[in-house]
Design a protein around this ligand. Structure first.
Ligand SMILES: [Zn+2]
Length: 192
């Protein structure tokens, strides 16, 4: 199922209905030849709390990463960065970027005109450990430090959160590297 209906869409791991999109994550694709028993979960919605405690999380996230890494390079989606399942793609057709984290999991698009401003603000928030609220395209990114040295990332549209997830302290360095590459790629402009 690819459409999320609040209160109707069910968690693919526990079958509970999911009240709101911000409680959910949409799983990335995995190959049926690699993980035949889990391939049906591709694009399914799950409660984030179920995903975080699912014993097969790392196996699934690794398979999803391998699938993206093994795909042939496409001119419509140019890989600019990858580290431990955190990807940055350039999407020339819309002069923008896509961030994919197969482990979180998360997929989010960043319009090109907002990319440099967002990247600088995120790097600065990480460095100073201060909260961030930044308009990005039609939405808003907020980053809030947690007591455990991690972060909560919330993506909202028209004041409604649609993604809310923990960024553990261990992945902050990856996100810093990604944002540094986003800054570099967006400043360089779209290459031919
Ligand atoms: Zn569940």
């Amino acid at each position: 199922m690819s459409f999320f209906i609040p209160g109707r869409t069910r968690c693919a791991l526990c079958d509970e209905p999911i009240a709101q999109r911000a409680d959910a994550a949409q799983l990335p694709f995995v190959s049926p030849t690699v993980l035949p028993e889990w391939a049906k979960l591709s694009r399914a919605f799950v409660l984030r709390r179920c995903w975080e405690h699912w014993p097969h999380r790392d196996t699934y996230a690794r398979a999803a990463r391998e699938l993206v890494l093994s795909a042939p390079e496409q001119p419509s989606l140019r890989r600019r960065f990858e580290h431990e399942g955190l990807f940055l793609f350039e999407v020339p057709a819309v002069k923008g970027f896509r961030i994919l984290d197969t482990w979180a999991p998360l997929t989010v698009d960043v319009p090109g005109q907002d990319a440099a401003r967002l990247a600088s603000a995120v790097v600065e928030a990480f460095a100073r450990r201060t909260a961030l609220a930044q308009d990005v395209g039609p939405g808003r990114w907020t980053l809030d430090p947690t007591e455990g040295d991690g972060w909560v990332l919330t993506l909202s549209q028209e004041g409604e959160p649609f993604e809310r997830l923990q960024l553990p302290a261990a992945r902050q360095v990856l996100w810093t590297e990604l944002m540094t590459e986003l800054l570099r790629s967006s400043s360089a402009g779209t290459s031919p």
